[in-house]
Design a protein around this ligand. Structure first.
Ligand SMILES: C[S@@+](CC[C@H](N)C(=O)[O-])C[C@H]1O[C@@H](n2cnc3c(N)ncnc32)[C@H](O)[C@@H]1O
Length: 288
Protein backbone atom coordinates (compact mmCIF):
# COMPACT_ATOMS: atom_id res chain seq x y z
CA UNK A 1 0.00 0.00 0.00
CA UNK A 2 1.34 3.44 -0.89
CA UNK A 3 1.30 6.38 1.53
CA UNK A 4 -1.03 8.19 -0.82
CA UNK A 5 -3.80 5.70 -0.04
CA UNK A 6 -3.59 6.18 3.71
CA UNK A 7 -6.38 8.49 4.79
CA UNK A 8 -9.33 8.88 7.10
CA UNK A 9 -12.42 7.12 5.74
CA UNK A 10 -14.67 9.41 3.71
CA UNK A 11 -18.29 9.53 4.88
CA UNK A 12 -19.14 12.77 3.12
CA UNK A 13 -22.23 11.36 1.42
CA UNK A 14 -23.98 10.58 4.74
CA UNK A 15 -23.82 14.25 5.79
CA UNK A 16 -25.77 15.55 2.81
CA UNK A 17 -28.84 13.31 2.66
CA UNK A 18 -32.27 14.86 3.27
CA UNK A 19 -32.54 13.18 6.68
CA UNK A 20 -30.19 11.61 9.27
CA UNK A 21 -30.97 7.91 8.86
CA UNK A 22 -27.79 7.10 6.89
CA UNK A 23 -25.72 9.13 9.36
CA UNK A 24 -26.97 7.10 12.36
CA UNK A 25 -26.95 3.84 10.43
CA UNK A 26 -23.40 4.06 9.05
CA UNK A 27 -21.78 5.64 12.09
CA UNK A 28 -23.65 3.34 14.48
CA UNK A 29 -22.07 0.35 12.70
CA UNK A 30 -18.69 1.76 13.74
CA UNK A 31 -19.76 2.42 17.35
CA UNK A 32 -19.54 6.17 16.79
CA UNK A 33 -19.79 7.53 20.31
CA UNK A 34 -18.17 10.96 20.46
CA UNK A 35 -21.44 12.96 20.68
CA UNK A 36 -22.31 10.94 23.80
CA UNK A 37 -19.03 11.96 25.42
CA UNK A 38 -19.63 15.50 24.22
CA UNK A 39 -23.00 15.49 25.96
CA UNK A 40 -21.39 14.79 29.36
CA UNK A 41 -18.63 17.35 28.77
CA UNK A 42 -20.86 20.13 27.41
CA UNK A 43 -23.48 19.70 30.13
CA UNK A 44 -20.78 20.13 32.78
CA UNK A 45 -19.42 23.17 30.96
CA UNK A 46 -22.88 24.74 30.77
CA UNK A 47 -23.35 24.11 34.50
CA UNK A 48 -20.06 25.89 35.18
CA UNK A 49 -20.99 28.80 32.91
CA UNK A 50 -24.10 29.27 35.04
CA UNK A 51 -25.94 31.43 32.49
CA UNK A 52 -29.75 31.44 32.70
CA UNK A 53 -30.53 30.98 29.02
CA UNK A 54 -27.23 30.08 27.39
CA UNK A 55 -26.61 30.37 23.66
CA UNK A 56 -24.49 27.56 22.22
CA UNK A 57 -22.97 27.70 18.74
CA UNK A 58 -22.29 24.13 17.57
CA UNK A 59 -19.75 23.91 14.76
CA UNK A 60 -20.03 21.13 12.18
CA UNK A 61 -23.47 20.51 13.68
CA UNK A 62 -24.65 18.09 10.99
CA UNK A 63 -28.25 16.93 11.72
CA UNK A 64 -28.14 18.41 15.22
CA UNK A 65 -26.90 15.47 17.26
CA UNK A 66 -25.22 17.68 19.88
CA UNK A 67 -28.28 19.93 20.00
CA UNK A 68 -30.48 16.86 20.61
CA UNK A 69 -28.24 15.67 23.42
CA UNK A 70 -28.14 19.11 25.06
CA UNK A 71 -31.78 20.07 24.65
CA UNK A 72 -33.52 16.74 25.23
CA UNK A 73 -33.74 14.04 27.84
CA UNK A 74 -32.06 11.59 25.45
CA UNK A 75 -28.83 9.63 25.12
CA UNK A 76 -26.95 8.77 21.94
CA UNK A 77 -28.22 5.17 22.32
CA UNK A 78 -31.79 6.48 22.32
CA UNK A 79 -31.03 8.22 19.01
CA UNK A 80 -29.52 5.06 17.50
CA UNK A 81 -32.59 3.06 18.63
CA UNK A 82 -34.94 5.72 17.30
CA UNK A 83 -33.39 5.86 13.83
CA UNK A 84 -33.11 2.03 13.61
CA UNK A 85 -36.86 1.66 14.11
CA UNK A 86 -38.19 -0.33 11.14
CA UNK A 87 -41.37 1.72 11.00
CA UNK A 88 -39.34 4.90 10.52
CA UNK A 89 -37.29 3.24 7.76
CA UNK A 90 -40.40 3.19 5.56
CA UNK A 91 -41.17 6.92 5.91
CA UNK A 92 -40.36 9.61 3.38
CA UNK A 93 -37.98 12.27 4.67
CA UNK A 94 -40.73 14.83 5.22
CA UNK A 95 -42.82 12.27 7.13
CA UNK A 96 -39.82 11.41 9.27
CA UNK A 97 -39.27 15.11 9.98
CA UNK A 98 -42.85 15.39 11.19
CA UNK A 99 -42.36 12.42 13.55
CA UNK A 100 -39.05 13.81 14.72
CA UNK A 101 -40.50 17.20 15.54
CA UNK A 102 -42.89 15.49 17.98
CA UNK A 103 -40.22 13.10 19.23
CA UNK A 104 -37.75 15.85 20.15
CA UNK A 105 -40.47 18.14 21.49
CA UNK A 106 -41.74 15.36 23.79
CA UNK A 107 -38.23 14.86 25.23
CA UNK A 108 -37.31 18.54 25.48
CA UNK A 109 -35.76 19.65 28.77
CA UNK A 110 -37.18 22.69 30.59
CA UNK A 111 -33.79 24.38 30.71
CA UNK A 112 -32.77 23.54 27.13
CA UNK A 113 -30.10 25.92 25.84
CA UNK A 114 -30.56 27.90 22.63
CA UNK A 115 -28.45 26.11 20.00
CA UNK A 116 -27.29 27.62 16.72
CA UNK A 117 -25.67 25.24 14.24
CA UNK A 118 -23.01 25.89 11.62
CA UNK A 119 -22.32 23.37 8.86
CA UNK A 120 -21.60 23.33 5.14
CA UNK A 121 -24.40 20.79 4.57
CA UNK A 122 -27.63 22.59 3.72
CA UNK A 123 -29.83 19.45 4.00
CA UNK A 124 -28.44 18.63 7.46
CA UNK A 125 -28.92 22.14 8.86
CA UNK A 126 -32.36 22.38 7.29
CA UNK A 127 -33.42 19.08 8.85
CA UNK A 128 -32.16 20.07 12.29
CA UNK A 129 -34.07 23.34 12.07
CA UNK A 130 -37.25 21.73 10.76
CA UNK A 131 -37.41 19.28 13.66
CA UNK A 132 -36.73 22.01 16.22
CA UNK A 133 -33.24 20.97 17.30
CA UNK A 134 -31.58 24.16 16.06
CA UNK A 135 -32.86 27.60 16.97
CA UNK A 136 -30.83 29.00 14.10
CA UNK A 137 -28.61 27.56 11.42
CA UNK A 138 -25.88 28.84 9.16
CA UNK A 139 -24.86 26.94 6.03
CA UNK A 140 -21.47 28.56 5.75
CA UNK A 141 -17.89 27.56 5.13
CA UNK A 142 -15.67 29.73 7.32
CA UNK A 143 -12.59 27.98 5.98
CA UNK A 144 -13.19 30.03 2.82
CA UNK A 145 -15.38 33.01 3.70
CA UNK A 146 -16.09 35.46 6.49
CA UNK A 147 -19.29 34.79 8.47
CA UNK A 148 -22.49 36.37 7.19
CA UNK A 149 -23.71 39.36 9.24
CA UNK A 150 -26.46 37.12 10.70
CA UNK A 151 -23.98 34.49 11.90
CA UNK A 152 -21.60 37.17 13.19
CA UNK A 153 -24.39 38.67 15.30
CA UNK A 154 -25.26 35.30 16.83
CA UNK A 155 -21.64 34.43 17.56
CA UNK A 156 -21.28 37.75 19.36
CA UNK A 157 -24.09 36.60 21.71
CA UNK A 158 -22.67 33.09 22.20
CA UNK A 159 -21.84 31.80 25.67
CA UNK A 160 -20.31 28.55 24.45
CA UNK A 161 -18.95 27.24 21.15
CA UNK A 162 -18.88 23.45 20.83
CA UNK A 163 -17.51 20.95 18.36
CA UNK A 164 -17.40 17.16 18.11
CA UNK A 165 -16.11 15.34 15.05
CA UNK A 166 -15.31 18.61 13.32
CA UNK A 167 -11.74 19.77 14.02
CA UNK A 168 -9.80 18.75 10.93
CA UNK A 169 -12.73 19.60 8.67
CA UNK A 170 -12.43 23.05 10.20
CA UNK A 171 -9.12 24.61 11.24
CA UNK A 172 -7.79 27.72 12.91
CA UNK A 173 -9.08 29.64 9.85
CA UNK A 174 -12.67 29.01 10.95
CA UNK A 175 -11.87 29.72 14.59
CA UNK A 176 -10.15 33.03 13.71
CA UNK A 177 -13.10 34.17 11.64
CA UNK A 178 -15.59 33.18 14.33
CA UNK A 179 -13.81 34.80 17.24
CA UNK A 180 -13.23 37.97 15.24
CA UNK A 181 -17.03 38.39 15.65
CA UNK A 182 -16.75 38.50 19.45
CA UNK A 183 -15.62 41.35 21.67
CA UNK A 184 -12.76 41.32 24.17
CA UNK A 185 -15.08 41.96 27.11
CA UNK A 186 -17.39 39.06 26.27
CA UNK A 187 -15.60 36.05 24.86
CA UNK A 188 -17.53 32.76 24.64
CA UNK A 189 -16.07 29.60 26.12
CA UNK A 190 -14.93 27.02 23.58
CA UNK A 191 -15.20 23.25 24.21
CA UNK A 192 -13.88 20.72 21.70
CA UNK A 193 -13.51 16.97 21.46
CA UNK A 194 -10.69 16.59 18.94
CA UNK A 195 -9.20 13.44 17.39
CA UNK A 196 -5.71 12.67 18.70
CA UNK A 197 -4.62 12.30 15.08
CA UNK A 198 -5.28 16.03 14.55
CA UNK A 199 -2.89 18.58 16.05
CA UNK A 200 -5.01 21.01 18.10
CA UNK A 201 -2.15 23.52 18.49
CA UNK A 202 -3.13 25.89 15.62
CA UNK A 203 -6.69 26.08 16.98
CA UNK A 204 -5.42 26.72 20.53
CA UNK A 205 -3.13 29.43 19.13
CA UNK A 206 -6.07 31.10 17.40
CA UNK A 207 -8.07 30.94 20.63
CA UNK A 208 -5.10 32.45 22.52
CA UNK A 209 -4.90 35.33 20.03
CA UNK A 210 -8.49 36.06 21.04
CA UNK A 211 -7.79 35.96 24.76
CA UNK A 212 -8.84 32.37 25.51
CA UNK A 213 -6.60 30.04 27.51
CA UNK A 214 -6.83 26.38 26.47
CA UNK A 215 -6.64 23.52 28.96
CA UNK A 216 -6.68 19.84 28.06
CA UNK A 217 -8.46 17.31 30.23
CA UNK A 218 -5.50 15.28 31.45
CA UNK A 219 -5.51 11.58 32.16
CA UNK A 220 -8.35 10.60 29.87
CA UNK A 221 -9.30 10.22 26.25
CA UNK A 222 -12.62 9.05 24.86
CA UNK A 223 -13.20 6.68 21.93
CA UNK A 224 -14.69 8.34 18.83
CA UNK A 225 -15.38 5.24 16.72
CA UNK A 226 -13.83 2.07 15.37
CA UNK A 227 -11.64 2.35 12.29
CA UNK A 228 -13.54 1.65 9.08
CA UNK A 229 -10.71 -0.55 7.73
CA UNK A 230 -7.02 -1.39 7.95
CA UNK A 231 -6.05 1.51 5.72
CA UNK A 232 -7.67 3.98 8.08
CA UNK A 233 -5.95 2.33 11.05
CA UNK A 234 -2.59 2.65 9.31
CA UNK A 235 -3.34 6.28 8.50
CA UNK A 236 -4.17 7.02 12.15
CA UNK A 237 -1.09 5.25 13.51
CA UNK A 238 1.08 7.16 11.05
CA UNK A 239 -0.48 10.49 12.04
CA UNK A 240 0.08 9.72 15.75
CA UNK A 241 3.68 8.62 15.15
CA UNK A 242 4.37 11.92 13.39
CA UNK A 243 3.18 13.75 16.51
CA UNK A 244 4.96 11.41 18.91
CA UNK A 245 1.68 10.22 20.46
CA UNK A 246 1.63 6.69 21.94
CA UNK A 247 -1.28 4.68 20.47
CA UNK A 248 -0.95 1.76 22.93
CA UNK A 249 -4.30 0.52 24.24
CA UNK A 250 -6.18 3.13 22.24
CA UNK A 251 -5.83 3.56 18.46
CA UNK A 252 -3.64 0.45 18.39
CA UNK A 253 -6.65 -1.44 19.74
CA UNK A 254 -8.77 -0.33 16.78
CA UNK A 255 -10.49 2.95 17.63
CA UNK A 256 -9.98 6.64 17.10
CA UNK A 257 -9.67 8.51 20.39
CA UNK A 258 -10.29 12.16 21.18
CA UNK A 259 -8.81 14.63 23.62
CA UNK A 260 -11.03 17.13 25.42
CA UNK A 261 -10.08 20.82 25.30
CA UNK A 262 -11.71 23.73 27.09
CA UNK A 263 -10.73 27.33 26.29
CA UNK A 264 -11.79 30.27 28.48
CA UNK A 265 -10.72 33.74 29.57
CA UNK A 266 -7.77 33.53 31.96
CA UNK A 267 -9.76 34.70 34.99
CA UNK A 268 -12.30 31.90 34.51
CA UNK A 269 -9.50 29.33 34.27
CA UNK A 270 -7.94 30.71 37.46
CA UNK A 271 -11.29 30.55 39.27
CA UNK A 272 -12.01 26.93 38.28
CA UNK A 273 -9.48 24.74 36.45
CA UNK A 274 -10.72 22.23 33.90
CA UNK A 275 -10.56 19.31 36.37
CA UNK A 276 -13.11 20.93 38.61
CA UNK A 277 -15.38 21.97 35.74
CA UNK A 278 -15.33 18.46 34.26
CA UNK A 279 -15.35 16.61 37.56
CA UNK A 280 -17.14 13.29 36.99
CA UNK A 281 -16.80 12.99 33.21
CA UNK A 282 -13.75 10.74 33.38
CA UNK A 283 -14.97 7.50 34.98
CA UNK A 284 -16.59 6.18 31.83
CA UNK A 285 -13.60 7.25 29.71
CA UNK A 286 -10.53 5.16 29.06
CA UNK A 287 -8.19 6.65 31.60
CA UNK A 288 -4.48 6.86 31.00
C1 LIG B 1 -17.79 14.00 11.27
S1 LIG B 1 -19.17 15.07 11.01
C2 LIG B 1 -19.47 15.59 12.66
C3 LIG B 1 -20.93 15.84 12.90
C4 LIG B 1 -21.31 15.99 14.37
N1 LIG B 1 -20.72 17.14 14.98
C5 LIG B 1 -20.95 14.74 15.12
O1 LIG B 1 -20.25 14.80 16.14
O2 LIG B 1 -21.35 13.66 14.69
C6 LIG B 1 -18.43 16.45 10.23
C7 LIG B 1 -19.41 17.55 9.82
O3 LIG B 1 -18.64 18.69 9.43
C8 LIG B 1 -19.27 19.29 8.33
N2 LIG B 1 -18.26 20.12 7.66
C9 LIG B 1 -17.27 19.73 6.82
N3 LIG B 1 -16.51 20.79 6.46
C10 LIG B 1 -17.03 21.87 7.10
C11 LIG B 1 -16.69 23.26 7.15
N4 LIG B 1 -15.67 23.74 6.46
N5 LIG B 1 -17.44 24.08 7.92
C12 LIG B 1 -18.50 23.59 8.62
N6 LIG B 1 -18.88 22.30 8.60
C13 LIG B 1 -18.14 21.45 7.86
C14 LIG B 1 -19.83 18.14 7.52
O4 LIG B 1 -20.87 18.57 6.66
C15 LIG B 1 -20.31 17.21 8.64
O5 LIG B 1 -21.64 17.49 8.98
Amino acid sequence: MTDRKLKKADFDEIYTRPDPRSYYDRLGELDYSVPGHGQRVFRKVLDALDVDEPTVVDLCCSYGVNAALLKCDLTLDHLYDHYCDERLARLASDELAEEDRDFYQSRRLKDAPRVIGVDTSAPAVEYAMTVGLLDGGAVENLEHDDPSPELAAVVDEADLITVTGGIGYITDRTIDRLLDCTSADRRPWFAALCLRTVDFTPVADSLARHGLVTEQLEGATFPQRRFADESERDFALRALAEQGVDPAGKEEAGEYHVNVFLSRPGEDVAAAPIDSVLDGVIPSADSG
